[in-house]
Design a protein around this ligand. Structure first.
Ligand code: FO1
Length: 309
């Protein structure tokens, strides 16, 4: 069975790791959000690609979920001493990757080609595909004005009140031609932030229509558990957008696109409401603390899609 998994952020990478442990490398392609990408300190930064790559390569920082394990911070400390910009932390090992990526981009390679080199080097055999090779920067609209995503997320610690999102450059972007729906049996939308990890991918011309035309199961895993998000600003964004912070609202967000929705055990009382939306529903332990949790949830998702295929 061939899975196409849409992912962004730390929550998405956790389930992606579980899927990679349950499937052969050629049975899963990962399609990754690049709306978080930005140019910083002269480098092209691709946080969601790197979070996934480091996670699948077993070198992710276990405390943060992003960045490298066994990291040192000499570059940042020296930059700070010079009075440079240090709100976005690039560790020494991570810096090497960024120097490499920037050089490769300047030599004319695409983000997909460069990601392939990096994932190969880390021993990752599944394909990690940026959703597009073109820039698709997410702008967060806030009561303080529009903010580039990383300024909102890291520099301002998600404090500004969100009023909406802009995916202004998507119209000029092309979907990664390596994304192959023809050979895909099921699509999994990982428990990533629907607004800033998944929606930017759905906004790229051709993505929604490809999903609408897709005949197999499309399953989304809820990032909202018991009215909150495990990590990140999903629940805070929902509150500010005046959307009730329930798993049912996440299912509604994807309505018309998905046919299956996985909710957490804590939300079992919402199952009926999700079913009423016409979705096949499964209740699982979706909080992923250990590797075993990731594998368990991945197995459950795969069982679900096998059963409804
Ligand atoms: N997240 C932070 O909260 N603080 C940082 O300093 C930071 C640095 C960073 C460097 C490289 C990288 O690939 C990711 C980094 N992230 C950092 C994480 C990242 O910006 C966000 O988690 C995602 O964009 C949200 O999915």
């Amino acid at each position: 069975m061939k899975i196409l998994a849409l992912t962004g952020g730390v929550g998405g990478a956790k389930l992606a790791l579980g899927l990679s442990q349950c499937l052969a490398p050629d049975e899963v392609d990962f399609v990754v959000n690049t709306g978080d990408d930005f140019k910083h300190l002269g480098f092209h930064i691709s946080p969601d690609i790197d979070t996934l790559t480091y996670t699948l390569g077993n070198v992710a920082n276990p405390e943060t979920g992003w960045g490298r394990d066994d990291e040192t911070w000499n570059f940042m400390e020296s930059l700070e001493a010079l009075g440079g910009d240090t709100w976005f932390k690039i560790g020494d090992r991570d810096l090497a990757l960024h120097v490499f990526r920037q050089q490769q981009l300047e030599s004319g390679k695409t983000l997909t080609e460069i990601t392939k080199i990096i994932t190969n080097q880390l021993g990752i055999k599944s394909r990690v595909l940026p959703v597009s090779n073109d820039p698709v920067p997410t702008i967060v609209e806030t009561t303080e004005g529009p903010l580039p995503f990383q300024h909102y997320f890291v520099r301002d610690r998600c404090k500004p009140v969100v009023t909406g999102f802009q995916f202004s450059q998507v119209d000029k972007a092309t979907l990664n031609p390596e994304i192959d729906f023809e050979t895909t049996d099921a699509v999994v939308i990982c428990p990533s932030n629907p607004f800033v990890s998944v929606d930017p991918m759905l906004a790229i011309p051709g993505m929604r229509s490809a999903l609408h035309a897709f005949k197999g199961p499309i399953v989304a895993v809820s990032p909202i558990i018991g009215g909150a998000a495990i990590k990140g600003p999903t629940a805070k964004m929902m509150k500010e957008l005046k959307i009730p912070t329930t798993t049912v609202q996440v299912a509604k967000h994807y309505i018309g696109l998905i046919n299956c929705f996985v909710i957490d055990q804590q939300d079992h009382s919402h199952r009926e409401a999700v079913k009423q939306l016409g979705l096949t529903t499964d209740v699982q332990q979706t909080v992923m603390v250990t590797l075993e949790d990731r594998i368990q949830l991945a197995k459950a998702v795969l069982d679900l899609v096998r059963n409804i295929r």
